[in-house]
Write a protein that binds this ligand. Structure first.
Ligand SMILES: [Zn+2]
Ligand SMILES: [Zn+2]
Length: 369
């Protein structure tokens, strides 16, 4: 077989399944056969035309697979047939940014994000992995594809929100929005040792999962002003660290207003246009607050650490996978995910599975509250 099935960006609101040549690795590159992948909120922005990528690009940046072919120079460390994941961000490990510790900005602003952005991505039967030595991460035998499917992006990003916020043992933390990344930020706050973790969202099912993953208080924004309630819960001060996980003015503003003087706003959302910092929430610019941002840390060492946390059962993020589709059913999967129908958090996509036209929903998470 010299061609493969792939899902490509066909222009605004268009996804197409096409036959494409199977990539051939050059020295330092690898090709993996994708066994499981998924759809990210960023893919929704791309398909809606809100984030530009070139027409005909294979989308997707969350690969789980098996090494199919290795380019030169990799035999000593990797073998064909090995199960691996690759981070959504694939740093080279050698450029100015990488050597200054900003791996996600490899090569320039946002440059570490290549799959489904500047090079072909994971929604295909095979994927070419650049800088393979820095990026192929072997999966521990005891873990299934779905156990590790959140590692390439969602778990890495969510946890990085907690890490960039520099959460300390005993901190009070609020996480604004409990989508998949916000939920992983909530889990990350628990891993980092926060005492009070407040999850904020408008969807009861998501708040229920937030409690499962580490929130001890959840606030539904439909029930009242979350900032006033957060202030009440923290003796009028506000939280030590607020994490923004949606990318809208309203959540940014609430997160800033909920951050105590001297505290940190850790921002994970993807914003459009301008973001304003209101006078009160910003203490006129004199509140000693820190605002930090992060883009999903990648590289095999990051992936190894995330998988180690799952293997040792410090965390289980597999409940985020709520629906399953064959890659041929991408349109149905995309429709469901982009409209947040049926309590969906994340969908698993299987390139090898024949089209079914039906999803298998796991309903256990949707019954809460
Ligand atoms: Zn993503
Ligand atoms: Zn680099």
């Amino acid at each position: 077989m010299s061609t493969m099935k792939a899902v490509v960006f066909g222009g605004t609101n268009q996804l197409r399944i096409e036959e494409r040549p199977i990539p051939v690795p050059r020295a330092g590159e690898a090709v993996i056969r994708i066994t499981t992948t998924t759809i990210c909120g960023t893919d929704v922005h791309i398909v809606k035309g809100e984030y530009p990528v070139k027409q005909g690009l294979i989308l997707g940046h969350e690969p789980v697979g098996v090494i199919e072919e290795l380019g030169g120079g990799l035999d000593a460390e990797y073998a064909v047939g090995q199960r691996v994941i690759v981070g959504a961000i694939t740093p080279c490990g050698q450029c100015f940014y990488c050597l200054n510790g900003s791996h996600s900005q490899c090569g320039g602003a946002l440059g570490g994000w290549r799959f489904g952005n500047t090079i072909n991505g994971a929604w295909a039967e095979f994927l070419l992995v650049p800088d393979a030595r820095a990026n192929l991460a072997p999966i521990p035998d005891v873990l299934s594809d779905e156990d590790v499917l959140m590692c390439p992006d969602i778990f890495s990003t969510g946890l990085s929100g907690a890490q960039s916020g520099n959460i300390r043992v005993g901190d009070a933390v609020a996480v604004f929005a409990q989508g998949p990344i916000g939920l992983c930020a909530t889990a990350g706050a628990k891993l980092m040792g926060a005492s009070l973790i407040i999850g904020v969202d408008s969807i009861p099912g998501r708040l229920s999962v937030a409690r499962q993953l580490g929130a001890n208080v959840t606030l539904n924004i439909q029930d009242g002003d979350p900032v006033a309630e957060i202030k009440r819960l923290t003796g009028g001060r506000g939280v030590d660290v607020a994490i923004e996980a949606l990318g809208r003015q309203e959540t940014f503003e609430n997160a800033l207003a909920a951050t105590r003087p001297g505290g940190t706003l850790s921002s994970l959302g993807v914003y459009a246009g301008k973001i304003a910092a209101p006078y009160d929430a910003f203490y006129a610019g004199l509140g000693d607050q820190k605002i930090v941002t992060s883009l999903c840390p990648g590289g095999h060492e990051r992936m190894r650490r995330l998988m180690a946390m799952i293997e040792t059962k410090r965390i289980d993020v597999s409940p985020l996978v709520t629906h399953r589709f064959g890659l041929d059913d991408i349109e149905d999967a995309f429709e469901l995910f982009s409209h947040q129908s049926d309590g969906v958090l994340k969908v698993a996509l299987f390139p090898e599975r024949p089209a079914t036209r039906q999803s298998e929903a796991v309903c256990a998470l949707d019954t809460g509250v």
